[in-house]
Design a protein around this ligand. Structure first.
Ligand SMILES: *[C@@H]1O[C@H](CO)[C@@H](O)[C@H](O)[C@H]1NC(C)=O
Ligand SMILES: *[C@@H]1O[C@H](CO)[C@@H](O)[C@H](O)[C@H]1NC(C)=O
Ligand SMILES: *[C@@H]1O[C@H](CO)[C@@H](O)[C@H](O)[C@H]1NC(C)=O
Ligand SMILES: *[C@@H]1O[C@H](CO)[C@@H](O)[C@H](O)[C@H]1NC(C)=O
Ligand SMILES: *[C@@H]1O[C@H](CO)[C@@H](O)[C@H](O)[C@H]1NC(C)=O
Length: 308
């Protein structure tokens, strides 16, 4: 490609018309979301109807720390020239041909990747030659946050986990429902994905003293954006609540029994006492009921501690 470039520049120096030929960029900086599509535009003068056979458009990308530029798209004398296209852009980069007649060389890149960021050169040759640079920035907000909460086996501590992917690297903060900062006891690590994104995982281990909502906040410092997820311990503590529920279901029938049995017995007793008039037996029944009630309470305490 370097040869073509030199050739074009040499040709231009000999050409007097070239002084009038300038490439313009309506927008110098594009900031796009990872995975989206982007169209970047360079304009060139077309006098009357476009003679496509005389048009050559060359797009090239170079990012920081990258030694060699990548060829993104080439239109040579009105025809696409794919052989020299960098494999990163195969099937993702195209020139919007319908716009060329208006003097607009629009490059479209689909499913933008982190590695697409950088400086783009558009060089246009059409009875003259000129070029401009356009900057592309790619960001990836930590949109989807995966959350997990579990109980530490054998301990009364909880393990909270938040994981998400984005770019650039985010910091993670934790807080409880009362905005109390819990970040101090969190451990945040990251890895790089093959797509160039940061996969950030933050783990918080601590003992909550009640059921509360906890939040992890991903702060993208460079973009100054925040995303957050909420974790409730309710689901884990619900074993305790369902324990209480079954307790209630157990107590009510017991109370009914406690209430019904003696009155039935009393009625029975009264019928009997009509016959042999012995009040002692009534006392026996009352103490029996008390034993029964006490055992219910003990049982409920057991269930409660199982739940905790
Ligand atoms: C990106 O462009 C492709 C091809 O033109 C299209 O199928 C896709 O829906 C576009 N995606 C977005 C997010 O606009
Ligand atoms: C545009 O084309 C007309 C005739 O087709 C010519 O006279 C004129 O000089 C051209 N202008 C430029 C800027 O090339
Ligand atoms: C944080 O987690 C990593 C990986 O699990 C571990 O190697 C490191 O020791 C942990 N750091 C702290 C301060 O707990
Ligand atoms: C829960 O613990 C925090 C400290 O971790 C304390 O400030 C707060 O008062 C406690 N709340 C209750 C209801 O015990
Ligand atoms: C936790 O959040 C949910 C939904 O956001 C809310 O309904 C619930 O009342 C919250 N619980 C506490 C203890 O703040």
């Amino acid at each position: 490609m370097f040869r073509i470039l030199t050739m074009l520049l040499l040709e231009t120096q000999l050409c007097v018309v070239s002084a009038l030929f300038t490439v313009e960029v309506p927008q110098q900086l594009y900031v796009v979301e990872y995975g989206s599509n982007v169209t970047m535009e360079c304009r060139f003068p077309v006098n009357g109807s476009l003679n496509l056979g005389l048009l050559t458009v060359f797009w090239e990308q170079k990012s920081q720390g990258q030694s060699k530029p990548k060829e993104v798209y080439t239109l040579r004398n009105g025809n696409a020239f794919p052989p020299s296209q960098h494999h990163d852009y195969v099937g993702r980069a195209a020139l919007l041909h319908s716009e060329l007649k208006w003097g607009r060389a629009i490059l479209q890149i689909t499913s933008v990747k982190i590695t697409d960021a950088g400086s783009y050169l558009c060089l246009i040759y059409y009875q003259g030659v000129d070029y401009k640079y356009i900057t592309l920035e790619v960001k990836a907000s930590y949109k989807r946050i995966n959350t997990q909460v579990m109980r530490k086996p054998g301990e009364d501590k909880f393990v909270f986990m938040c994981q998400s992917e984005g770019f650039p690297l985010a910091e993670v903060f934790w807080k409880n429902g009362k905005n109390f900062n819990l970040s101090g006891s969190a451990n945040t690590t990251y890895t790089l994905t093959t797509d160039g994104l940061y996969s950030v995982t933050s783990i918080l281990v601590f003992k909550p003293n009640m059921s509360e909502n906890y939040s992890c906040i991903f702060w993208n410092k460079e973009l100054n954006t925040e995303t957050s997820a909420h974790i409730s311990t309710l689901a884990l503590m619900s074993t305790q609540y369902s324990g209480q529920k079954s307790l209630i279901l157990f107590i009510i029938p017991m109370c009914v029994m406690v209430a019904v049995v003696p009155s039935a017995l009393i009625i029975l007793q009264k019928r009997k006492s009509f016959k042999n008039r012995q009040p002692k037996k009534g006392d026996d029944f009352n103490s029996q009921t008390e034993d029964l009630y006490l055992s219910t309470v003990t049982a409920s305490k057991d269930i409660g501690s199982v739940g905790l």
